[in-house]
Design a protein around this ligand. Structure first.
Ligand SMILES: [Zn+2]
Length: 215
């Protein structure tokens, strides 16, 4: 089963993706992470991506798709994968279709103001990329990552004015994407305003019913 999880910044998409991937034994592919990994490895693609990142530009679709394609060749993707943060544009979605089959796309629905509020108090682990929120997902020890022990940070792009800008970009790019997957009958919405455990439960129920249909 190959899935895509869509959701605005602050929707809890990252957390839900990693939990869902674990539940269904899918490879969790976060584009933020594989991009950082590619840059760290100084591979040919990584160096290419790094050039854009360092000059403050978006990594072009062609480079991004190559990085994703490389990643999807890995053994852990054989039984299925969950893409988190990709595709971002309809162009990317079309390129993705060219070499893999996406069974289902799930969009988390959260209102703009709620995203802004959530991100303003969010902390990120610079080590493993996990995110924490004092309200619904606090770290066990204050300011320290549960998973790797690094000291948590507030990211600059989580500031309210930056978040509003990111949300605008998200809506502009994702609206056509949602329409694209809806048209091909592969889109499901899930309420992203509920408690994280409840959202996960709803996601699981929905996927299980889909899997039964596919069998
Ligand atoms: Zn960590």
């Amino acid at each position: 089963m190959n899935l895509i999880l869509l959701g605005p910044p602050g929707s809890g998409k990252g957390t839900q993706s990693s939990r869902l991937a674990k539940e269904f034994k899918l490879a969790h592919i976060s584009t933020g992470e594989i991009l950082r990994e590619a840059v760290r490895s100084k591979s040919y693609l990584g160096e290419k991506a790094n050039h854009y990142i360092h000059t403050g530009q978006l990594v072009p679709d062609e480079v991004m798709i190559e990085i994703v394609q490389e990643r999807l060749k890995a053994l852990d993707c054989k039984e299925g994968f969950l893409l988190d943060g990709f595709p971002r544009t309809i162009h990317q979605a079309e390129m993705l279709e060219a070499f893999t089959r996406i069974h289902l796309v799930v969009a988390l629905k959260v209102e703009e103001e709620e995203c802004v509020q959530r991100l303003a108090s969010r902390k990120t682990c610079p080590g493993c990329g996990l995110t924490y929120n004092p309200v619904n997902h606090p770290p066990k020890k204050e300011n320290v990552c549960d998973q790797c022990g690094a000291v948590l940070i507030l990211r600059g792009d989580d500031k309210p004015e930056t978040v509003r800008e990111r949300l605008k970009v998200y809506v502009k790019l994702t609206a056509p994407l949602i329409e694209y997957y809806q048209r091909t009958g592969r889109l499901e919405f899930v309420d992203g305003t509920l408690a994280p455990d409840k959202i996960l439960q709803n996601l699981k129920n929905m996927l299980q019913s889909k899997i039964l249909l596919w069998k």
